[in-house]
Design a protein around this ligand. Structure first.
Ligand code: NAD
Length: 331
């Protein structure tokens, strides 16, 4: 037990952080999880879970103390409605977390540090039509990132690079492309498109109409959560320290996503388009050439399989909540 590696997962109360704690626990590591909240839908698997605000440097120092490696997933983030509404708060919160975490990791002699970046770093003009070319890592520059959230991600990627160059701390930056799966937020405004579509269809009756943000022709690729945590772990075992995409490279329209979930649910659904709602970039897909080269691996779970599991879980949550309300067990 004395040689057991100790790993800090920040954002461990969040969607990917919680799944990552489970994954790393399964590999036999000792885990400390830190977040401002506990995981919403399941108890944490972390050996030590601390509620702390990582915008505070003292909390970052305490979190990193005694750890060997850090997986930094804490961030103020949400779906497109959220990140387009709070540019200043998101940029400030995330910049504070990332600068303080890097410095705290350096002071604690952390051996490896993983930073979770995003496809939102890519220039908007490369994503202005539905059938765009997949985004390669080098496309991020000259930069024209998503306002607020995306610019901060680029800045934090650079901070990781500089800490490696100047201090020799091994840093890794991974750019996620729409990660989805069970145990993720599915309502309240912070949910992403797969969860929102699953929720709307789970709540709909046969032949009901559901609201789609935009005209439904915008495109995205989606990556299932088990592939995401496997990819993160594999990257941390590699010697690759430049930003790298982690996602699927199968691009579909939102309309196709809705049809897929409706088929899984066995429901006929009509679509009502709301063009006043934010829809983000027009098209986005991941170029996985670098991922394949570096990791000799790429995400494996099909969209149909991942959505099937996710829909089932969201449907169960909604059914349980309805029953609780009917029997007076929930406000
Ligand atoms: P999430 O919102 O579920 O998890 C982030 C967690 O960070 C939350 O639990 C939140 O409470 C915590 N947090 C926020 N502010 C904090 C603070 N001041 N101190 C401590 N904890 C704080 O999001 P997620 O989907 O699990 O994302 C994890 C990481 O991956 C984030 O860096 C996010 O930007 C990045 N990312 C995710 C996706 C995706 O599709 N889910 C895509 C691109 C990038």
């Amino acid at each position: 037990m004395t040689n057991q590696k100790k790993i800090l997962v920040t954002g461990a109360g969040g969607f990917i952080g919680h799944h990552l704690c489970k994954h790393l626990k399964g590999r036999g590591y000792w885990i400390r999880g830190v977040d401002i909240k506990y995981p919403e839908f399941e108890s944490t698997m972390a050996d030590d879970f601390r509620l702390m605000d990582l915008r505070e440097f003292s909390h970052c120092l305490e979190s990193c103390s005694g750890m060997d490696e850090v997986y930094q997933l804490a961030a103020d983030m949400g779906g497109i409605g959220y990140i387009t509404s709070y540019h200043a708060a998101i940029l400030r919160n995330n910049a504070l977390i990332n600068l303080h975490m890097l410095e705290a990791a350096r002071k604690n002699n952390i051996k490896k540090y993983l930073y979770t970046s995003s496809a939102c770093v890519y220039p908007q003009h490369l994503q202005d039509k539905p059938d765009i070319a997949p985004l390669k890592e080098e496309d991020a520059y000259p930069a024209d990132a998503e306002p607020g959230y995306g610019w901060e991600k680029l800045f934090a990627e650079l901070a990781c690079q500089y800490y490696m160059e100047d201090f020799g701390m091994k840093t890794y930056s991974v750019r996620f492309h729409n990660i989805f799966g069970p145990l993720g937020t599915y309502d309240g405004g912070k949910e992403k498109s797969p969860a929102a579509v699953c929720r709307k269809i789970a709540l709909a009756e046969q032949k009901d109409e559901i609201e789609i943000w935009g005209d439904g022709k915008q495109t995205r690729s989606y990556c299932y959560i088990s592939d995401c945590v496997e990819g993160i772990f594999r990257l941390m075992q590699s010697d690759y320290h430049m930003p790298i995409n982690l996602g699927q490279d199968r691009m579909i329209t939102i309309n196709e996503l809705v049809d897929m979930v409706a088929k899984i649910a066995g429901k006929k659904i009509r679509k009502k388009y709301d063009l006043s709602k934010p829809q983000g970039v027009r098209g986005r897909n991941s170029d996985n050439n670098m991922l394949r080269k570096v990791l000799n691996w790429e995400p494996l779970v099909s969209l149909e399989e991942g959505l099937g599991i996710t829909y089932k879980w969201i449907h169960e949550q909604i059914t349980r909540n309805k029953k609780a309300v009917v029997s007076g067990k929930s406000g």
